[in-house]
Design a protein around this ligand. Structure first.
Ligand code: PEP
Length: 274
């Protein structure tokens, strides 16, 4: 089995859960799992606490393999935007930022244009954007999955340089699979991943398409994780509910570490943005 082309990424989206104290505890447990032999070299582990716990978790994560993400941000550096958090602020504490999560798109009216502005701001501030895309159940039933995903990918990355597109992460998260226990069939998730990689190749070239990490999200559990990671085009997972329990999240991380082709020998691993 040849090594994976890209290092696996397992990201936990804690959504509006955890206090500073419980976030610290969870981050410590995740750090122990991420540092374990066989895991540290094979999987990049990321946690996305709520804004109020970002500093606490960044403190815990310092000196460990765990990286920290914000769950959203505004695109402006500063300004009169009550309640918002800027890329400058996020970059003090995090290396990544989740953008365009379906709960932002559908619950808070975030548009493709907003996601694009945020992605540019993230890249300009050295943050890795984790751009979430995915169709609703109505769109899937209407046969619009590919068109919706292609539109969201194109719009999010429009205007980026090829190396910037290659640094990004795209999370394919069918809306109907998020938090429902109804996970997408791994073969179908793999098919959509290949569509996304083709869109990136068409817009930014083969090197960007080879570098961009594509992760699946939607009811990933310890029981179904390995089936996704067996697909060479699925580079990991964005995990919601199961990331709130260290045992479950750890099992998903370990599934990525032992997936076919992982870990890549150190010399063959492509550099991933930190
Ligand atoms: C998510 O919130 O991005 C997500 C995938 O949630 P869950 O794993 O709970 O479906």
């Amino acid at each position: 089995m040849s090594p994976r082309a890209r290092t696996a990424l397992i990201a936990g989206n804690w959504k509006m859960h955890t206090t500073q104290a419980t976030a610290r505890d969870l981050a410590r447990a995740v750090a122990d799992i991420a540092a374990a032999p066989g895991v540290a070299d094979a999987v990049d582990v990321l946690v996305a606490p709520p804004f109020t716990a970002l500093a606490a978790v960044a403190d815990v994560a310092r000196g460990t393999p765990v990286r920290v993400a914000a769950q959203d941000m505004h695109w402006a550096d500063t300004g009169a935007f009550t309640g918002e958090v800027s890329p400058v602020m996020v970059a003090e504490l995090a290396t990544h930022v989740i953008l365009g999560h379906s709960e932002r798109r559908h619950g808070f009216g975030e548009t493709d244009g907003d996601v694009n502005r945020k992605a540019h701001a993230a890249l300009a501030h050295g943050l890795v954007p984790i751009v979430c895309v995915g169709e609703t159940l109505a769109e899937r039933d209407a046969g619009k999955t590919d068109a919706v995903v292609a539109r969201q990918v194109d719009a999010a990355l429009e205007g980026a340089a090829p190396d910037e597109a290659g640094r990004a992460v795209v999370a394919y998260e069918p809306v109907w699979a998020i938090g429902t226990g109804r996970a997408c069939d791994p073969a179908e998730a793999g098919r959509v991943m290949r569509l996304i990689r083709q869109r990136v190749a068409a817009a930014f070239g083969a090197p960007a398409a080879d570098a961009v990490r594509l992760v699946y999200g939607g009811s990933v559990t310890p029981d179904n994780a390995a089936a996704y990671f067996a697909d060479p085009d699925i580079d990991g997972a964005l995990v919601g509910g199961a990331s709130l329990k260290a045992d479950a999240f750890g099992a998903i991380i370990r599934a990525a570490a032992v997936a076919p082709g992982a870990p890549a020998p150190a010399g063959a691993r492509k550099e991933q943005p930190t």
